[in-house]
Design a binder for this molecule. Structure first.
Ligand code: RIB
Length: 323
């Protein structure tokens, strides 16, 4: 008799924002008024985007053939944005019982400017409800209280209070739960944040800020290894540094390291590309037996698809859209 393989359980603890995005031929100068090309309101936030990436990349557009259960833990306001953020997560197949809706604060908002020629974004964040996320909201979710055991992986970013993030990392370490930390946007973290960390996925700006290495150290393949070693030295098992058009440097606990070239694509909007990368990478490593290099290549492929479309969560591909 064949048995259905059990689904892996991933918890994403982090931010939920409404993205107010303006597409512009260029960024206006101080005091200048410029006519923009387009505007759109959509669901975003690094936490929400990574949850949606995990959900969409682990099931088909028809929400079938799921390979993972994805639970979001976060906070929104009881405003129109909060309701839309919850609906967006649910429509992608994300389980949202861990998202608190608060009456006393507004939902997080990100004002995003996308320069059309490069597709590059500039983001201004107002944390709103995200700033209210307290350790007690996630602590029960790391235990057995929900009847399905602890998650196989917890994914974190840095758009919620740092104290909360550090407490989650400590609790996960004590309970033996693997964590993937995407330290974005980068802020200094205490050394204990890195101890026993299974996966650290960061971009070049974050790598410079958090490693203390020079920008030049990220420019040559020979010196990239030294940057990764700073994090290995602090206790991180797998280090992945995304370098935009130059590719992705990976350095795994098994000694595998190298530079995976970036896919050449038409850049429309880079918003959520990093989040898609994190989600795809997480799903690959959860499969077991998949090396860090193939996880990075799959993540590159998924992120390249997100870059080709406008918006955050809606630009992330479903599993049946990837080759
Ligand atoms: O990573 C992209 C996200 O960063 C956007 O969706 C925006 O909400 C900000 O949090």
């Amino acid at each position: 008799m064949s048995s259905t393989p059990s689904l892996s359980l991933i918890h994403i603890i982090g931010s939920l924002n409404t993205d107010l995005t303006t597409y512009t031929p260029r960024i206006p100068l101080g005091g200048e008024t410029l006519r923009a090309t387009a505007f759109q309101t959509s669901s975003g936030g690094k936490g929400g985007n990574q949850a949606v990436a995990c959900a969409k990349l682990s099931r088909t557009r028809a929400l079938t053939d799921a390979t993972a259960t994805i639970r979001m833990i976060g906070a929104v306001g009881s405003d129109a944005h909060g309701h839309a953020l919850l609906a967006g997560l649910q429509s992608a197949g994300v389980e949202t019982s861990g998202v608190i809706m608060r009456n006393d604060v507004e939902s997080g908002v990100a004002v995003v400017l996308v320069e059309e020629e490069s597709g590059e974004n500039r983001i201004l964040l107002t944390a709103g409800a995200n700033a209210s996320l307290l350790p007690k909201q996630f602590e029960s979710s790391l235990g057995e209280e929900q009847g399905e055991g602890a998650p196989d992986l917890v994914i974190l970013q840095l758009e919620i209070p740092v104290e909360t993030t550090v407490r989650i990392l400590r609790t996960a370490r004590e309970k033996g739960v693997d964590v993937l930390l995407n330290p974005a946007p980068a802020v200094e973290l205490p050394s204990e944040a890195y101890e026993g960390l299974k996966h650290l996925v960061l971009n070049e700006t974050e790598a410079v800020i958090l490693s203390g290495c020079s920008v030049e150290a990220l420019e040559k393949e020979e010196t990239l290894s030294g940057v990764a070693d700073v994090f290995h030295g602090r206790g991180v098992a797998n280090v992945v540094i995304t370098l935009g058009g130059k590719g992705v440097f990976f350095s795994g606990e098994g000694g595998d390291k190298g530079l995976a070239k970036a896919k050449k694509v038409q850049v429309v909007d880079t918003t959520a590309a990093g989040d898609t990368f994190v989600g795809a990478y997480a799903l690959e490593v959860m499969k077991g037996g998949v090396g860090i290099e193939s996880a990075v290549r799959r993540a590159n492929e998924a992120a390249a698809m997100t870059i080709g479309k406008r918006g955050a969560q809606k630009s992330i591909p479903w599993a049946d859209e990837l080759s």
